[in-house]
Design a binder for this molecule. Structure first.
Ligand code: 9D3
Length: 235
């Protein structure tokens, strides 16, 4: 998907190697933390020099540090940035980054509460989530418009051929050809799945009176229960 966006000229990507902005012959960009302790810390000067060496942006530009201390990425983050302003994604490694690097960035973003070895994969996640929203990158514009999180609900169930697989069929309404009924079934299924799996999302979803009535039939109290987490005690 990233390659297609670049080949179509719908986005440009520049990769900067921080080692090119080191100032010694070993191209060192990390050092031991003041105060002692294990691990290495990304130095501030290579990051500052790399940022200063970027071509002047044509329009607005936002510098984002990928870090486990950042705020969690959301679909809203991508939607707010789909307009095409320049993004600079700074990736750390090691035990962490010199605190003064935080003074060089506009925000700090994390993928979630788990530990990666560096920010590079997180940067690719940001790039993927953003480029797919650019019109013309995905074959079908509607496949981004209809995204699960754009509606604030989880997606409904989907099926494709065969009609029966190892004795397991498909909800008959999906084979009925009644588009109105299919639409209502999908909405109800999305509501039901969201209630069971991610009740926290219901607080932020745009719900019609009929949606709310259906949810209450399913036992929804109208308040959001705590999210069930993988590996949690409630799993
Ligand atoms: C010892 C404390 N660790 C923080 C949890 C140190 C540390 C571990 C791993 C500091 C940086 C990293 C490298 N991770 C990232 O750069 C990173 C990341 C992540 O680890 N999890 C979720 N999102 C992200 S975005 C960048």
């Amino acid at each position: 998907m990233i390659r297609i966006a670049l080949e179509k000229g719908l986005a440009t990507l520049r990769i900067v190697n921080l080692r090119d902005y080191a100032d010694d012959r070993h191209r060192t960009i990390d050092d031991a933390p003041y105060g002692g302790g294990p691990g290495m810390v990304l130095k501030v000067e290579p990051v500052a020099r790399a940022l200063a060496a970027l071509p002047p942006p044509a329009g607005p530009r936002e510098v984002i540090l990928l870090s486990p201390q950042g705020e969690s990425l959301t679909q809203a983050f991508f939607e707010q940035r789909a307009g095409g302003a320049d993004l600079v994604l700074v990736c750390g490694r090691y035990k962490g980054v010199d605190e003064r690097i935080r003074g060089l960035v506009d925000r700090e973003v994390s993928l979630g509460d788990f530990v990666l070895s560096g920010g590079e994969l997180a940067a690719m996640v940001v790039i993927d989530g953003l480029l797919r929203l650019i019109p013309g990158v995905l074959g079908d514009l509607d496949s981004a418009r209809g995204d699960s999180f754009s509606s604030g609900l989880l997606d409904c169930a989907y099926y494709t051929r065969p009609e029966v697989w190892e004795g397991r069929g498909v909800p008959p309404v999906l084979l009925s050809g009644h588009h109105g009924e299919v639409g209502r079934w999908r909405r109800r299924d999305a509501l039901e799945r969201t209630l069971r799996r991610r009740p926290d999302l219901l607080a932020g979803a745009a719900l019609s009176d009929e949606d709310a009535r259906h949810l209450r039939e399913l036992g929804w109290a109208g308040t959001d229960a705590p999210r069930q987490r993988w590996g949690g005690s409630g799993a």
